[in-house]
Design a protein around this ligand. Structure first.
Ligand code: HSE
Length: 308
């Protein structure tokens, strides 16, 4: 028996919502888990892609693979050990670019395994297990639920989530540069402590963002999409980021520009039809830094992970 789950890409943080905001995007990875009858077959992991040369990414295909780690944690949760299984990962989401590729396969692996096991874990438990593997809940919650999701890990490891109604005409331009940035490196440049002033700045901005999304208030959203917790520290890892943000700040119909998750990808939120102008600004700015970029304007993916 085998089960496949299709899971959307995500963009985390959206500026001020560090480790809290996540937005699902309409590019998907699919994870298929197949029970193998012969116990000697062990754990087999295969990764496929029509989009990229997977061999460049050195994805582990042994028990250190994140999908396997997530599956193993689910088995531990129900007091069992994994049997022989085949894990097939079909990858369309750009890897190591800040669009939630790892979160998507963790979520897909967990949902498929849970289904094969007769659904012993509910959705909240799966989000909590996935978050334990990923380290933060923002991409996980949005991948699982779709749309715009805010999330918070509580002291007991449970994850509080709320899906907000993303305004239909607010589009996302995904900017995928031609270089990788592992999340671990992008997190390693963040300070342990930040000033009360910067914390208060972000608290104000995240509050504005939530109200702006709920009320479809573009003006408030634009004010809200500013950050002092992570982007200022990460700009040194993403050449051109500052300049792209500066160049788009006063461009018509741009509601905000942010590093996508831990980067190096960027997302631009727009409301209007001048996306070609916006794309040209990004392309030209990054060209000055010898960075090539793939640009795609999309609607938010309102559906979360689903069984095929
Ligand atoms: N919130 C996370 C970060 C997302 O910014 O590091 C990366 O997966």
């Amino acid at each position: 028996m085998k089960v496949s789950v299709k899971v959307p890409a995500t963009s985390a943080n959206l500026g001020p919502g560090f480790d809290c905001f996540g937005l699902a995007l309409p590019i998907h990875n699919t994870v298929t888990i197949e029970e193998l009858v012969d116990p000697n077959e062990g754990i087999q992991i295969n990764v496929f892609s029509d989009e990229f040369d997977i061999s460049e990414f050195h994805i582990p295909t042994d028990e250190s693979n994140i999908v396997y780690k997530a599956v193993d944690l689910l088995f531990t949760y129900i007091g069992q050990t994994p049997n022989s299984m085949r894990i097939n990962i079909y990858s369309d989401i750009p890897l190591a670019r800040g669009f939630g590729s790892s979160a998507s396969v963790i979520v897909g692996g967990l949902m498929a395994t849970n289904e094969l096991l007769g659904s012993p874990a509910d959705e909240a438990t799966l989000i909590s297990i996935a978050t334990e593997i990923e380290g933060h809940p923002d991409n996980i919650a949005a991948a699982m639920l779709g749309g715009f999701v805010l999330s918070s890990v509580e002291i007991d490891g449970s994850v509080t989530t709320r899906k907000l109604p993303w305004p239909e005409d607010w589009k996302i331009t995904m900017c995928v540069p031609d270089f990788e940035l592992p999340t671990s490196i992008s997190r390693s440049v963040l300070p342990e402590m930040i000033s009360l002033k910067d914390a208060a700045f972000n608290a104000r901005r995240t509050a504005m963002m939530v109200e702006a999304i709920n009320k479809q208030d573009a003006k408030l959203f634009k004010l809200g999409m500013q950050d002092k917790l992570h982007q200022p520290y990460r700009t040194k890892l993403v050449p051109g980021l500052d300049e792209i943000m500066k160049n788009l700040r006063h461009t018509e119909n741009v509601l905000g520009t942010a590093l996508s998750g831990a980067g190096p990808g960027i997302v631009v939120i727009t409301q209007g039809s001048n996306t070609d102008e916006i794309k040209n600004i990004i392309k030209d700015t990054w060209e000055e830094y010898s960075v090539k970029v793939e640009l795609k304007t999309v609607n938010v993916e309102t559906n979360g992970a689903k069984f095929l």
